[in-house]
Design a protein around this ligand. Sequence first.
Ligand code: NAD
Length: 358
Amino acid sequence: MKARIAVLAGDGVGREIVPEAVKVLKTVAERYGHSFEFVAGDVGGHAIDNVGLPLPQETLSIAKQSDAVLLGAVGGPKWEGLEYSLRPERALLGLREQLGLYANLRPAKLYPMLADASTLRREVIEGIDMLVIRELTGGIYFGKPKGIEQLPGGGERGFNTEVYTTDEIRRIAVVAFEAARKRRKQVTSVDKANVLESSELWRRVVTDVQKDYADVTLNHIYVDNCAMQLVRNPRQFDVLLCNNIFGDILSDEAAMLTGSIGMLPSASIGSKVGLFEPIHGSAPDIAGKNLANPIATIASAAMMLSYAFRLDKESQAVERAIVTTLELGLRTKDIHAAGMRLVGTAEMGDAIVHNLPS
Ligand code: NAD
């Protein structure tokens, strides 16, 4: 297949890890007979330095005209003093909005050889392999009315509105059921239907969508119970379907079950172009030192192959190459342990390329 990929490395370690993921994608294209065209664009602090804006029009056009976007990270101390609307992080909101990215997918999978990096006991986390799906453009973060108002008798009142329409729930539920079909075919929908009317509708619509997915099982869980189950018995979950605020919180909880932030990929998808990026930031403390772990970004590229291009075989090959490389004992500093071979960013990327099936 032919695909055009926008490459937005951004700032800090973004500039080191993204080239490693591009190397992997180029090798996949060669080995499997695909043609990937890479088009680079400025984003974040680098774009501010070059053209004065975190998300220049040219970058947005590159993203919109691509089949998928690979993003590194944005931000850093250099730009922290800027007015909020000009900060590098605004680029992320702009991309989400302009690309209509309504679903955020974050896998949390334990690599067995890294079990000791987790704060939980090995027997609790062994075998974790879940995907948290978070609705990204609706709910309480965007619902109106919202604000802070003065009360006549003194004091103030702050308020937000949790709101979801049938269509918004339906489209995110479809993402969850489709994703479950590629996995263990089990969706757990998170809500607070015992208290919130918006959750009552959420539960009703998700139940209705499931009728089109008879091969996928569905169960519902209250968000407070889900938070407990994630640390009690996380293996029970396959796909966790969440609204915006519950997903925001639970995806961080799920991610931390499995250890280092340098290992965790994500995908944001909408009606057209998807965006694939590690969940971590620009890590200014280690930037430019060949210390960053590129695996989160390479695993994001694997998600791109599967979710944007439907190249499941190629995606699995990249994931296997990551596992093989870890099994061989290579570790960047963030996941290093006694007896393992300490490598830099580029060496880890090269090893993963080397371990791709030929
Ligand atoms: P961070 O994720 O950049 O770093 C947190 C810690 O994790 C640091 O100690 C860092 O060294 C380590 N770390 C992160 N990625 C790593 C990797 N690949 N390999 C090894 N170690 C890694 O979070 P922060 O320090 O809070 O934020 C730094 C900057 O990044 C800020 O400007 C912030 O706004 C921005 N940020 C951007 C994104 C994004 O682009 N999506 C996300 C979060 C934060």
